[in-house]
Design a protein around this ligand. Sequence first.
Ligand code: FES
Ligand code: FES
Length: 397
Amino acid sequence: MTMIGLTVNAQPVKASVEPRTHLADFLRDNLDLTGTHLGCEHGVCGACTLLVDDMPARSCITCAVACDGARVTTIEGLDDDEITAELRAAFTREHALQCGYCTPGMLISARDLVLRLPEPDERSVRAGLSGNLCRCTGYVGIVRAVRSVIDQRRKRGIAPVAGGGRQALGPVGSGNAATAATADLAATPAAKAETADQMSGANAIPDFTPAKVFSDRFTVPYPPDKVFDMLGNVRQVAACLPGASLTGEPAPERVEGAIRVKLGPISADFRGAARIERDLEKLSGRIVGMGSDQRSRSSTQGEIRYHLVPTEQGTATRVELSIGYSLKGMLAQIAREGLVRDLAARLTADFARNLDRHLAGDRLTGATEGPQSLNGVSLLIEVLRTRVLKAIRQLWE
Ligand code: FES
Ligand code: FES
């Protein structure tokens, strides 16, 4: 994952993205700016056109990381734009849209022509819109609408703007942008230190707001201080977690690793890193991690908070968990919240059982001997079995 910072519709945005995430996916999935449409995803149809540093660009073939430091304007950012308002009115008047799928990209390309063309020459308008395909209209209404806006503006004495107002090639074109992390954060020495800290070491794992959060708990028959010590040993914790393995030398505050999961037809091997925080006084801790799987093109950020509560006069410990996560990519499409919750419950139960065995002195293997798959098929069957039983019980209640 790479930290980037850009301006989207005049708002500063900072995010951690996979290097190959398209700008269109980033805008739609991370910022909910769904006005940018995706058609061919190969740079052919123009449905995804938006402005990068005031220049029309295909967001399906532009990587989000390449826009670090850039100014991005989507169709939502042109709500109050005078030319776009005139184009919208003309599109309505000239019946220049039917399904509307091509329209956001078409409006952005048309706006650029209205800015640049000295006169409403049909040939130039058609050539200028040749990178935007429309399956519905046959283009006649679109060309008429764009020409009419150019015509009216020139008649009102509004001159064309050379180059459509572009002053210089922006970061995407020049590759010379200040990066997100250095652009506005570089203002103060404290901010610089924070930036350096963010890009290396434990703080390279950013905080995030989980899309889903749920809680779980289990009890082990050992005192809290013993359980807390055990949870501080990264190797032992990983050994208790089915499918987990370490990929680097763990430090008390940071760990790099992988977890392998098979779920139905999809096998995912998430690799990533996590930041570990612990509070001995409160007998609590937090693990914040992020990882991605190349094969399923999925990425996740997750957070586990735990709190140890003494029970049975301090001879046993209840481990209270809060688990939060955000999932993107192919797995997010099949991993509905209830399913993830049930799988996490099963994972927690396995972890609790292994923890119990480990505290009892059994040697567990796994973390140091390569990843074992979390058996998604049996896990899935178990989850489905539980769900069916639950549904039957509800029928009789
Ligand atoms: S979706 Fe980008 S050009 Fe077709
Ligand atoms: S209006 Fe349907 S694709 Fe253009």
